[in-house]
Design a protein around this ligand. Structure first.
Ligand code: GLN
Length: 186
C-alpha cells in the first residue's frame, strides 16, 4: 500500500510523521509525474486552500487528482484539504475539486478564536483531541453525507463515499488514530 500526500504547501510533514509512526509507505505529490506512480489513497493537508488550489492548476495536477477522487480514491482531507474538496465555499465563487457535497465557511471562528483545541467524539474514530487552526466548519451537507462529528453544534467532520474530511488537524495528535483507522478502511 502506498499513500500519496499532497505536498505543495502547508502541513504535509505532520501527515508524513503520522504515517511513519504506523510504518506506512507514502509518496509526496509535488508534480504531475508523481501522480503516475500509482497510489492507493491520498491525503490533502491543511495550509492555505487558495494557494493550494492555484498550485494544483498551475502544475496540471488538478484534473488528474479530481478524476481519481471522483472515481473513488480513498481521501483524507484536513482543514484546507476539506476546503479543497467542498462543492461550495461561502462568500467565494471559486471552488477547487468540488467532489464533496457540502458548504464550508472559511476562517469560520473569527480571528480571535481562530485557533483552539478540544476533545470530541468522531463517529468511527472514537474520542480524539481536536486541534483547530484558522479552521473552517461545514455549514451545510447534502443528505447522503455522513456527519461524523460536531463541536458546538457545528459540523467538523464528514464522510462521503471514500472521502473523509476534517475541519481540524488530526495529524497533530500524538497517537495517529485517525490515520490508522483511515488506512484500515482502504
Ligand atoms: N484558513 C485556511 C484556508 O482557508 C485553512 C487553515 C488550515 O488549513 N489550518 O484555507
Amino acid at each position: 500500500m502506498k499513500i500519496g500526500i499532497l505536498a505543495l504547501q502547508g502541513a504535509f510533514r505532520e501527515h508524513e510523521e503520522a504515517l511513519k509512526k504506523l510504518g506506512i509507505h507514502y509518496v509526496e505529490l509535488r508534480k504531475k509525474e508523481d501522480l503516475s506512480s500509482g497510489i492507493d489513497a491520498i491525503i490533502l493537508p491543511g495550509g492555505e486552500s487558495s494557494v493550494q488550489g492555484k498550485l494544483l492548476r498551475e502544475l496540471e495536477m488538478y484534473d488528474i487528482i479530481r478524476q481519481e477522487i471522483q472515481n473513488g480514491l480513498p481521501t483524507l482531507a484536513t482543514c484546507a484539504g476539506l476546503i479543497l474538496l467542498a462543492e461550495n465555499i461561502e462568500e467565494q465563487t471559486q471552488t477547487h475539486f468540488a467532489t464533496l457535497p457540502v458548504t464550508v465557511r472559511r476562517n469560520a471562528y473569527g480571528r480571535q478564536l481562530g485557533s483552539f483545541s478540544c476533545e470530541g467524539e468522531v463517529k468511527g474514530f472514537g474520542k480524539i483531541p481536536m486541534e483547530f487552526i484558522r479552521a473552517p466548519y461545514i455549514s451545510e451537507v447534502s443528505k447522503d453525507v455522513d456527519v461524523l462529528s460536531q463541536v458546538d453544534k457545528k459540523i467538523v467532520a464528514v464522510r462521503y463515499g471514500a472521502q473523509y474530511a476534517f475541519a481540524f488537524h488530526p495529524e497533530l495528535n500524538d497517537e495517529p488514530v485517525v490515520h490508522q483507522t483511515f488506512v484500515e478502511g482502504i
